[in-house]
Write a protein that binds this ligand. Structure first.
Ligand SMILES: [Zn+2]
Length: 459
């Protein structure tokens, strides 16, 4: 838990700076919160003879991974919502959540951060209904961005939704952590849960207070059908609840554009169903994308047009989404799956590369959050957010290309060390800022209660 004031020299068999090719037997020097040097072992030892040395051996040093989309609050639901159609999945999740106390939700979020840090995530973007994810990120020492969710189907309720949103935002924005490590933003959830008026008001508020925006968009076919034609499962839900919906008759992305949401450069989550025109609109607006390939596959939404986004110059990061739809929070697995599914779908053995995917996990993910000047690569002057990935395992050896080894062979559980701003958060045995044993026990208790509730609501 101590912040080293002196210099520390971290060494490993491989160093992967991202902004230049990987090299052998080298390291980085960290002083306080910043990375001050990178180079070969001999050169760094000569230049910093007084530095405390930590050698990870057969491992790779690389920037901390950036998870651009998670729902930390939902960690307790892992493995509970299997094989459900999306709309049913959303409905069951919503009803189960009502059975959790505020403290349960906080523990669930802490368990989510624990898993993320252990698998090398040093920056985590969380979207949540309560501030539990914000608090968990602050306590844990991780870097992050928390988006406060807002919902409101009825146009006439927009004012009330905004008041609730502002009330929830105020304590978060006033928290000292919000000025340093964990940013705060707003997430109007999705076109089928947020009225046009509420979308406009959230954008206005975000612009007036310089807050980032995040929207779930173009995730399912049901959503496209609802926005384009006013039909399908979401339309039926509106009907049943006596809600009015005038389908705008355009794609979900065009709808966001017409509402003025894209102009606020939001982080768009999913975007599975995007036509060429949608991709051009996003690229022109400067909006960025959180790509969650495993969640998209598991919920049967499809394969997002990742190569097309990248060709259009859109900043794309990789997100795990919640473990309720994944079921792991492991970005190495996410990147591997994201690459393989594109190659399988397009029958191409050369589409994307391990290097490209590792860039999405680090520098591009940082760019999607406008943090690329501070994190995402190993460069002097940047914040010392870095990890060590063990490459000695039987499932990884032998190694002569560390990037291929990290993306195609390694797992989150191969991460041996994680630091944020020079502070050690994971030392290979445990996360230094969270009580792992207590959290595991609490998670089991919460799960027992959730199972009980599940049996009741499914009857
Ligand atoms: Zn999500």
């Amino acid at each position: 838990m101590t912040i080293p004031s002196a210099r520390t020299l971290y060494l490993a068999e491989w160093v992967v700076p991202i902004v230049r090719p990987p090299f052998r037997r080298g390291g980085i020097v960290v002083e306080g919160e910043r990375l001050v040097a990178i180079g070969g072992e001999a050169e760094l030892r000569a230049q910093f003879p007084e530095a405390v040395v930590r050698d990870f051996g057969e491992a790779a040093l690389l920037p901390g991974l950036v998870n651009v989309h998670a729902h930390l609050e939902l960690t307790a639901f892992r493995g509970m919502l299997e094989d459900l159609p999306f709309v049913k999945w959303l409905a069951v999740l919503t009803r189960l959540r009502e059975g959790l106390s505020a403290e349960d939700v906080r523990e669930s979020a802490r368990a989510g951060v624990l898993e993320a840090i252990r698998s090398g995530q040093t920056t985590i973007v969380d979207v949540g209904a309560t501030g539990a994810g914000f608090d968990a990120l602050c306590e844990s020492g991780a870097r992050g961005l928390f988006f406060q969710e807002v919902f409101g189907l009825r146009s006439e309720d927009a004012g009330e939704s905004m008041r609730g949103l502002i009330e929830r935002l105020q304590p978060l924005r006033a928290h000292p952590c919000a000025r340093t490590r964990v940013g705060v933003g707003i997430s109007p959830h999705a076109p089928y849960t947020v009225s046009a008026r509420l979308f406009r008001q959230t954008v206005e508020y975000a612009r007036a207070h310089a807050l980032p925006l995040c929207v779930h968009i173009a995730e399912s076919r049901a959503e496209v059908e609802f926005v384009r034609h006013g039909q399908g499962e979401f339309a039926r839900i509106y009907e049943r609840r006596g809600l009015l919906w005038h389908a705008p008759g355009v794609s979900p992305i065009r709808y966001l554009h017409d509402l003025g949401v894209l102009a606020a450069r939001p982080l768009l989550v999913h975007g599975v169903h995007m036509e060429d025109e949608d991709i051009a609109l996003v690229a022109q607006s400067g909006a960025t994308i959180a790509h969650c390939p495993k969640s998209n596959a598991k919920l049967g939404h499809g394969v997002a047009p990742l190569p097309e986004w990248m060709r259009a110059g859109i900043a794309v990061g990789i997100g795990t989404d919640s473990v309720a739809s994944n079921n792991t929070c492991d970005l190495l697995e996410e990147a591997r799956f994201g690459l393989l599914v594109q190659r399988a779908r397009r029958a191409s053995p050369t589409l994307l590369s391990a290097e490209t995917m590792l860039r999405l996990l680090t520098l591009e993910g940082a760019r999607a959050l406008s943090l690329e000047s501070r994190i995402g690569s190993l460069e002097p002057g940047k914040e010392a957010d870095f990890i060590a990935v063990d490459l000695s395992g039987a499932h990884v050896q032998p190694v002569d290309d560390p990037v291929a080894a990290i993306v195609f062979s390694a797992r989150g559980s191969d991460v041996r060390f994680a630091a944020v701003g020079g502070r050690v958060l994971f030392d290979g045995a445990s996360v230094t800022t969270l009580d792992e044993e207590r959290l595991r026990a609490r998670l089991r208790e919460i799960r027992t209660r959730l199972r009980h509730r599940d049996a009741l609501i499914r009857d």
